[in-house]
Design a protein around this ligand. Structure first.
Ligand code: GMT
Length: 382
């Protein structure tokens, strides 16, 4: 197969999932073309069968706003034609699925039939979807894609509830490449920030409001009142300043470390004991899955797709959004009981195995094959 993958290049989970999916398909011998406005952070452009096409948007003095979607559409048309792609897999409904639809129509005029798979990752549905100005485009882009997948049952239900969707949506959960964690052990990161035996709590996010990083600090403050522990905050984003202020006000700055963004998240995670993800909502919560793959139990909210990922009482505990008292109690339950903590660490890894690449990848391959089969016998396939 020759597959085009359109994704956001940033540290967010959607870019990670899109990149890992493409790299695995390439490793299986398929030709994979990544199309994005900047090189995705996890992308190894020197891997066999991997190609990268950058969407370059120039500023024109005439326009107040750069026409990104049009430039993307033109790029898609050009890459599909020149590289003879069989299908496009776009991650996020807007603007990727809407640009892909327009590219599909342009290509159709030239006798080229291009199936489009759209994967919904969450923010397009749960946040942007509630903005009425985007709603008609999102609804259209979803209804017109040839196949649509959502990363959790919860996101699928949200999509049907918020939009007028007249088509089937497949749930294909996010996955984790466990080989990236093989052989990794705690390293100097742990000894740099924590004394011997001192528990390390961790949170990884893009510090958007939806992540409720202030709740992370509240939970840690509750734990810190009972025991000597440190909190490592990984990532960066708009809420960082507020969070720093809060640490100062609570007088616990010396035990909280802001590590910033890292490309080596697996190695950093190996140094943690307990992961905190009290988000307002998560369509899936890839950060929680990555933490479990590193053998960390997760204290999370029960919002969106999180209960599908973090099994209450097995891989960690879930609570209502904002119930930081209960989250603190659950954290202490594990931190104060080494035997229970050891059991939960093992169970967290077992839970991650349920989402391992070999479990999930075949679902995408089946979907691609289903879309390509009818075209194989058709004259319009190029
Ligand atoms: O959560 C973010 O801010 C980033 C966003 C993204 O675009 O990557 O994450 C969304 O997609 C991830 C991958 O499918 C999911 O694991 C996250 O739960 C989802 N974020 C939200 O729903 C808020």
């Amino acid at each position: 197969m020759k597959i085009g993958i359109v994704c956001y290049p940033t540290f967010g989970g959607s870019g990670v999932v899109a990149t890992e999916l493409g790299l695995e398909m390439a490793a299986l011998g398929h030709q994979v073309h990544f199309i994005s406005y900047s090189q995705p952070v996890r992308l190894d452009i020197f891997a066999n069968n991997v190609f990268y096409h950058e969407v370059v948007v120039r500023d024109y003095p005439l326009f107040d706003y750069s026409p990104y979607e049009l430039v993307l559409t033109s790029k898609l048309v050009s890459v599909v034609k020149n590289e003879k792609l069989d299908l496009l897999h776009v991650h996020y409904a807007i603007p990727h699925a809407s640009a892909a639809y327009m590219a599909k129509k342009i290509l159709k005029e030239e006798g080229i039939d291009l199936p489009i798979v759209c994967t919904l990752h969450g923010t397009d549905i749960t946040l942007l979807g509630r903005d009425a100005s985007f709603e008609p485009v999102i609804t259209f882009a979803i209804n017109k894609s040839d196949a649509v997948t959502a990363v959790s049952e919860s996101l699928k239900n949200d999509t049907y509830n918020h939009f007028n969707i007249s088509r089937h949506i497949d749930v294909i959960p996010n996955f984790i490449n466990l080989t990236r964690y093989e052989g990794l052990k705690p390293n100097s990161i742990k000894s740099r920030y924590a004394a011997d035996g001192q528990p390390v709590l961790m949170h990884v996010s893009n510090f958007r409001k939806v992540k409720r990083v202030e709740d992370v600090v509240k939970i840690f403050a509750g734990v810190r009142a009972k025991m000597n522990a440190v909190l490592l905050l990984v990532g960066d984003g708009p809420e960082r300043y507020n969070v720093e202020q809060m640490c100062r006000q609570l007088g616990i700055c010396t035990d909280i470390y802001f590590l910033g963004k890292t490309k080596d998240v697996e190695q950093v995670l190996m140094n943690g004991d307990l992961f905190l993800l009290p988000s307002e909502t998560e369509s899936f919560g890839l950060a929680a899955l990555e933490a479990m793959a590193a053998g960390m139990p997760v204290i999370s909210s029960n919002s969106g797709g999180l209960p599908e990922v973090n099994e209450h009482g097995y891989s960690g505990f879930i609570s209502n959004v904002g119930n930081t008292d209960e989250m603190t109690e659950n954290a202490l339950k594990l931190l104060e009981n080494p035997a229970l903590m050891a059991q939960f660490k093992m169970q967290a890894y077992r839970q991650a195995e349920k989402f391992s690449l070999p479990q999930i990848l075949p679902h995408y391959i089946d979907l691609y094959n289903k879309l390509l089969l009818p075209l194989e016998s058709s004259a319009i396939k190029h």
